[in-house]
Design a protein around this ligand. Sequence first.
Ligand code: PLP
Length: 422
Amino acid sequence: MSTNPYIKQTFNIQKQSQLIRKDFPLLNLYSGDNQLHYLDNAATSQKPQQVIDAISDCYQRVNAPVHRGLYALADESTTTYEKSRKKVAQFIGAPQSEQLIFTLSATESINMVAQGWLKHHLNAGDKVWVTGMEHHANLVPWQRVCKETGAELCFIELTEDGSLDLDNATELYSEKTRFIAMSHVSNVLGVINPVKEVTQRAAQAGIPVLIDATQSVGHIPVDVVELDCDFLAFSAHKMYGPTGIGALYGKADKLATMEPMLLGGGMVDEVGDYESSWASLPSKLEAGSPNLAGAIGFASAVDYIESIGLQTIESIVSELTEKALFALSNINGIKIYGPLDSERREGIISFNLDGIHPHDIAQIAGESNVAIRSGHHCCQPLMRRLGEVATVRASFAPYNIEEEINALLEVIETAQSIFMPR
Ligand SMILES: Cc1ncc(COP(=O)(O)O)c(C=O)c1O
């Protein structure tokens, strides 16, 4: 029996979470002592039956080449693909469907901007800014393009509590700055960054901004017109959709001047023996056979989120986060990274325990079916800034229940009793 007072505290079971949980077959595979406590949602979310059914229906009813056939079924597959684009585009407030490019992932979306757009707008001595908390996906592509062009990569550093230290990034909007790439929500600190403040100042200085919205779309409201960003990248699998499909939003003028990174079928207009011309948007940036089932699954994930309501999702996750932060911050020897104020966070909490390696905690958790993550979370530069090699990360989704916070607390207690016996 646990001795942690916070474990004994009886939380109100969130009825909505319980209902939402029923939609996720994988979570319901396990019951009783085997119950899976999936707290690795920042890595990938589970998929509701509605999304699984939509993908299955695609292969049972709609499957045919997209943009390539003249028969009725091919017509239907094309229409469904484009309807899916429209749905995802509308979800982020894109003015036109064509501004939403289906990609493999957020990673591919960011690489496309680095190689297909920024590379053609950078000269030696120019500056590209990122933050000290970026996922490798929103860092390594900019490192390469800076090396290739002789531009300088600059960092917005962090304050003690893991917020962006914008006050000290004095050169951010300088004449030399050609581009800013930043995450909306950190996948380690959970902090929600003031992206609007940056895009507003950047717009006045004529500097394009890319937002890595991989941890925000589907979790908190994201409207590209409101944010006034030039590019926005995200992945379906972090928002209850399938793996293997992501999206890139771009302002029309930016996408129009973007060079395709991938060349081949579907993205061309006229192909000669030695020269080719490109198709119009969005096809220009979607070479190869489109991912029909992925797009349908993506749109169905948006339908699912809308059926629950983004506000409901936000409030469930925020309540879980607040409770987890409260309980965790009362544990001896714990260090929690990022702001402790749950209002400034998404449902991601990274922490370390004195004298215990994060992998040991994750392993003990695994033995109790508590799925959490340990490691650098693809954020090695952030780890260096935190003075750590790794952290433990628990991340919440609306299907998580308060009982799962207790399961996590028990894991911590077990780890402390093994590694730090009194
Ligand atoms: C903040 C952030 N950006 C980018 C990515 C990359 O996403 P994907 O692996 O889906 O391309 C991730 C994935 O963890 C992420 O958390």
